[in-house]
Ligand binder design. Structure first.
Ligand code: ASP
Length: 328
């Protein structure tokens, strides 16, 4: 039987973390080279041929356009290569939702692409990285895994990158998914999809940005004034994502400053600092009058990714940006 050939793109993170010993707390994310991880994986006798390619060896808090561009290019090449069946990206969990969503927006769905990480360093007792990786291999090797967009495999669950977010700082099942539930439950020996592929044969939705426009997240707080908005405009932000209270609310003076920014061509998207929920247009805030966009189901981190991609693709009109957020 021919084994599936899986490209493994290494970026670092806690799955490659070490230094805590069995019971310590402090460790270094991305401490282990991808080759060392692959050697650990070889010992598991997984039913796949793993082809490693280094992208970076960092904590994902330091990831950015340089690594994203390298990941995107490697994925494009692997999708075009008939010898590659699928792609696994080892990644820190802090920003996995951002990398996953960026790739989801800018790659076709022809081959399965899975991000995998860990909450416990590789040398910690009860480390979850190897299990998560074995689960990722199970997912990528499955015929039904194509046509679902970029996925994240953590805590025995398969999550769509579009819906996944990190919701706990250290728990093993740190990720939640909204507004849709998980795509599947996975264990090294079993995989149960909860529905058919929903994005079969889709091309890339957007071109990968040639540069990232400066887009900031502004978190609203009770009693704040409009000075932070002016400060963001002062450093040349092309877009601002408001992480607002409740359904994307902010003090009136802040909304007024954001509206003035929108009138000057800065794209302003209202999302929520609340953990979960939809931000709809024109509920407490008159988006039509203020020229603002509602983030709908996207939280601040992912709203920022989508807004950067839209601006980089030349989108400058609030109605078109709203339509893109409506479509996720
Ligand atoms: N700070 C780490 C990272 O994102 C945390 C992790 O991987 O879980 O790289």
């Amino acid at each position: 039987m021919t084994l599936p050939r899986i490209l493994v793109l290494g970026t670092g993170g806690t799955i490659a973390g070490a230094g805590s010993g069995a019971t310590g707390a402090a460790y270094r994310p991305g401490d282990l080279a991808l080759g060392t991880l692959i050697a650990h994986l070889d010992a598991l006798n997984l039913a796949a041929e793993l082809v490693p390619q280094d992208i970076a060896q960092i904590g994902s808090q330091d990831i950015g356009w340089t690594q994203w561009r390298a990941l995107h290019a490697a994925c494009v090449a692997a999708i075009a290569d008939p010898a590659v069946d699928g792609i696994i990206i080892t990644h820190g969990t802090d920003t996995a939702e951002e990398t996953g969503y960026l790739l989801d927006l800018t790659l076709p769905t022809a081959k399965p692409i899975v991000l995998v990480g860990a909450m416990r360093a590789a040398d910690a007792v009860g480390a979850d990285g190897m299990r998560n990786f074995a689960n990722a291999v199970r997912v990528v090797s499955d015929r039904e895994s194509c046509g679902r967009g970029v996925m994240l495999v953590m805590g025995d669950a398969v999550l769509a990158a579009r819906d996944a977010r990190k919701a706990a700082t250290s728990a093993i099942d740190a990720f939640r998914t909204f507004p849709r539930g998980p795509l599947a439950r996975v264990m090294p020996a079993t995989l149960d999809w909860f529905g058919p592929p929903h994005r079969r044969n889709e091309g890339a939705r957007y071109a990968f940005p040639q540069a990232l426009p400066r887009v900031a997240i502004l978190t609203a707080g009770a009693g704040m004034d409009a000075a932070p908005v002016e400060a963001l405009l002062g450093i040349g932000c092309k877009g601002v994502v408001l992480a607002g209270m409740g359904q994307g609310n902010a003090p009136a003076s802040v909304l007024a400053a954001l509206s003035r920014a929108a009138a000057r061509g800065v794209q302003v998207v209202r999302s929520a600092r609340v953990d979960e929920g939809i931000v709809d247009r024109n509920v407490e805030v008159d988006d039509d009058a203020l020229g603002l966009v509602a983030a709908r189901a996207l939280g601040p981190a992912k709203a920022r990714i989508l807004l950067m991609v839209l601006i980089a693709n030349g989108m400058t009109d609030a109605a078109h940006i709203q339509a893109a957020f409506d479509g996720g």
